[in-house]
Design a protein around this ligand. Structure first.
Ligand code: ZN
Length: 500
């Protein structure tokens, strides 16, 4: 049994640190949604200050000695205490190796880089962004050296997003996935059936999209009393804890799926945040496991549910009622169109089959950027070569190439692989949900997704960080993470669709 007052004092401190991160996250959300352009420098100072405060509080002597005391007294009796101590120890051990000045410099540099990236992307001018990227890579290499690593510097960075993951292991999984994806993409390319994708470019007024997206998010269980949705260049979900979850999306009158599936994706992240146990808010027991697990939730709602035939059985008449331009389009044609598989330039618009290849390209480039074997000036060319090899297409400009994603401007090298891992987790979790809920398809076809959400809440959300990702997948599905459920899911869905 741990000393009660030591534990209370410990929890008070880690909750304060979490509050500082909540403020930082709100400032970041505002930057991407409503902040005036000229406020970027002020915002960089605000974020750097709060990031520095959070860091100093975490590496304080008080937190260090409380951790030691709790560990000495056997913190593992109670799973809640054990989780909070174990995960805080992990954060503390990482943070204590990093000088506060470095943490603040990264926060300031990335806030400014993000602002420059947005302009550079708009004008497709990589040279404008390049100096920021040089600076960020240098800072992140310093982080890797401070943290330390067994394999390669990239491991130390990826560990922040997917604790325990190693680049070499991820590479093995990706190679297996790639070996299955490449022939499937080739078979689809020569398939006898083709979707009519012009359906999706029919005019759907933005106001109608916003209303429909909101209705869907609400029906899935997203609580708008504990969250909101706004517009940003790059869609995201930011939120810490169940009471304030911010989603963003973007609209195109001539491409309705962008906002619809973007909203379902971000709402999936939001449902995870809102499903965290409010009793443990601000502590690891009330926090998401990893970015890979987070992404499994968004992809599950976006793809397994949202791009599924069952879901549209129920929702298609409502969509047609909202958009008369779709009135003459049969459900089967719409379903085929939203599941078009084709090589494309933009990752966030990619279909389920080719998506992973976009991640593999980024993963490969990032590892080379961090190890120093790929110079910043050579990134556009390396990107285009990779696109040609993987997809047989070359982006017409860097906006549709290496400038498309926000991540590098945020200095979050090591983040991308979590997206592909998320797809694997999503398929494995969904297969387990199907076994646990035998009438899942009928429920979804009737517009009832509450049983699925309930299952996710009980099996995943409520655990907070009680289990690390590799343990959670075993607890929930009875097996280690495997690419097989994902590949089985793709084959079962896309082979009949394309008649191959
Ligand atoms: Zn996501």
């Amino acid at each position: 049994m741990v000393a009660q007052n030591a534990y209370e004092s410990f929890v008070g401190r880690i909750k304060d640190i979490d509050t500082a991160h909540q403020i930082e996250s709100l400032l970041g959300w505002d930057q991407e949604t409503y902040m005036p352009r000229r406020a970027a420098k002020d915002r960089a100072n605000q974020i750097a200050l709060i990031a520095g405060i959070a860091h100093e509080r975490l590496i304080s002597e008080e937190v260090g000695s409380l951790l030691e005391e709790l560990e000495r007294n056997g913190a593992d009796d109670d799973p809640v205490v054990a989780t909070n101590v174990r995960e805080t120890r992990w954060r503390y051990d990482r943070a204590v190796k990093l000088p506060t000045d470095l943490v603040k410099t990264i926060a300031r540099t990335s806030t400014l880089a993000k602002a420059t990236w947005a302009g550079a992307r708009k004008e497709s001018d990589f040279s404008r962004f390049a100096p920021h990227l040089v600076e960020l890579l240098d800072l992140k290499r310093q982080v890797a050296e401070h943290i330390g690593y067994d394999g390669e510097p990239y491991d130390a960075l990826m560990d922040e997003y997917e604790p325990g993951a190693q680049a070499a292991d991820v590479q093995v999984v990706f190679d297996r996935v790639k070996a299955e994806l490449v022939p499937l993409v080739a078979a689809i390319k020569d398939a006898p059936r083709r979707p009519d994708t012009t359906i999706l470019t029919r005019t759907c007024p933005v106001a109608g999209q916003a209303a429909f997206d909101r209705r869907v998010a609400e029906a899935l269980g997203f609580d708008f009393e504990a969250g909101r949705i706004d517009v940003s260049t790059h869609p995201f979900c930011s939120g810490r804890g169940p009471h304030d979850v911010r989603l963003t999306t973007r609209y195109d009158e001539h491409y309705m799926p962008m906002s619809l599936f973007g909203t379902m994706h971000e709402a999936g992240h939001g449902l995870y945040e809102q499903g965290l146990d409010p009793e443990h808010i601000g502590t690891p027991m009330g926090d998401a496991v990893s970015l890979g697990i987070h992404e499994s939730q968004s992809r599950l709602w976006e793809n397994q549910v949202g791009r599924g035939r069952m879901f549209w059985n129920h929702y298609y008449p409502a969509l047609q009622a909202e958009f008369p331009s779709l009135a003459d389009v049969p459900l089967d044609d719409f379903y085929f169109a939203i599941n078009t598989v084709r090589p494309s330039f933009i990752r966030v618009e990619a279909d389920e089959v080719t998506y992973g290849l976009h991640i593999m390209l980024r993963f490969d480039l990032e590892r080379r950027m961090i190890s120093g074997t790929l110079a910043v000036n050579d990134i556009p060319e390396a990107w285009n070569t990779g696109m040609q090899e993987l997809f047989g297409i070359t982006p017409p400009d860097d906006a549709r190439g290496c400038l498309q994603d926000i991540h590098w401007s945020m200095g979050t090298f090591g983040y991308f692989p979590t997206y592909a891992l998320g797809n694997l987790y999503a398929a494995q979790f969904f297969a387990a949900a199907r076994r646990a809920l035998p009438d899942l398809d009928q429920q979804i076809a009737a517009g009832r997704t509450a049983p699925l959400l309930q299952w996710l809440r009980e099996n995943i959300h409520r655990h907070g960080q009680r289990y690390r990702a590799h343990e959670l997948v075993k607890v929930v599905t009875g097996a280690e993470l495997s690419h097989e459920p994902f590949i089985a899911y793709l084959n079962a869905k896309f082979r009949p669709l394309y008649g191959i």
